[in-house]
Design a binder for this molecule. Sequence first.
Ligand code: ARG
Length: 469
Amino acid sequence: MKQKNKLWSGAFQKATDSSVEEFTASIQFDKALYNEEIACCIAHTIMLKKQKIITANKAKNIITGLNKIKKQIETNKFNFKIKNEDIHLSIESALFNLIGKDAGHLHTGRSRNDLIATDLRMYCIAASKEIIGLLMKLRATFIGMAEKEQATVFPGYTHLQVAQPILLGHHLLAYEAMLMRDTNRFINVIDQTNILPLGSGALAGSGYKFDRKLLANELGFNAISSNSMDAVSDRDFVIDMHSAMATCMIHISRLSEEIILWATKEFNLVQISDDFATGSSIMPQKKNPDVAELMRGKSARVIGNLMQILVLMKGLPLTYNRDLQEDKEPLFDSINTITSVLKITDGLLHALTFKRDEAEHKANSGFALATDVADYLVKKGIPFRESHEIVGLIVKYCTENNLALEELTLKQYQKFSKKFTSDITRLNVYSSLSNRNITGGTAPNQVKSAIKKAQTQLDQTNKKLKKEL
Ligand code: ARG
């Protein structure tokens, strides 16, 4: 008979088959949770001592052992073995090896089910904090760029066709607005995740007089869970985290797409500096936006990982099922992906030089001022639908005669409506921009105050987070 060697194998007659050991082990990836796991173990030991469930001496031995294990892991001296299954059993068996029998008290009244739920919540909170930090940095970069480009006239697009002139600062602030919502999304994730499952035991609640408030305080949780069955089987916080990451990656992907387009010869609106572009192995003339393309491409795996957790959870009966072990790898993958993407995004933004002359030229092209001509007639008393029709005919006339709107004489304008007077020939991109003088619009003074507002909001959030997180 094979030797029994598991912490849980009391009732087992046979040792685990090695193929099962390999198939069920999660230590290869859940070792990433060592920090949270050891913090939980220490908090639990402090609580067991305070509740007089274990003696002060035993608690001291356990905590000293746990700290040693933590050091071993952090200096790469810890040997993670498949036969120890997961992070919980790896640390507990290492503790046995280090301090002997006293280690046997550590698992009093707890289960790997409430432990893993607690570890994972702590991990998500720490990751959200890191992501928020990166988002704040990126928002500051966008605000700085908006300030620099607040007077840059840029073509605004709908349907990928030049639509109306805008200020580049306005366009850049649109991304800041998305990242502000992302920041708030991760703050909400932290709020929702900040609830302690420990004390829920395997599913029914622990059978000891535990001080769960003390556990929450030790581990920095705001609240304790109110239903043990929900606490061990809930992964909504993982879904929320994935969802916030996927939405954020969609924003990054849209930004990437725009940078890729702008950098083409066809758009010719931006130059990516050499240190952030790559070459082709065959075509010497190529300078490719590979960084932006990978940022766009990596959004696919983050979105895919959101689908994975949704499908994983669908139809799982209460409470713990081993399926839940599959929550970790995609989560770690998305967190690693989004953090590396947010870092490189900041670098890429700093590597962009906008082609201001070309941008202004494009903003003037494609009848971008047609709406302004229509608005002009409306201000002279013509109903909008009628003026839309008139300007449509003007655009048709220009197209047929290969003319731009600015090239039309007053006489030509007046063929279409007697309401046109000499001031129509003074219409240009600048008057068009100034006309959008409405909160949220692209008029220069609106963009200026939007920059100020974004900066104030960012400073306030920074201050608030410094206090709270
Ligand atoms: N490795 C498991 C997980 O990640 C640990 C949780 C409890 N395992 C168990 N067999 N009850 O979900």
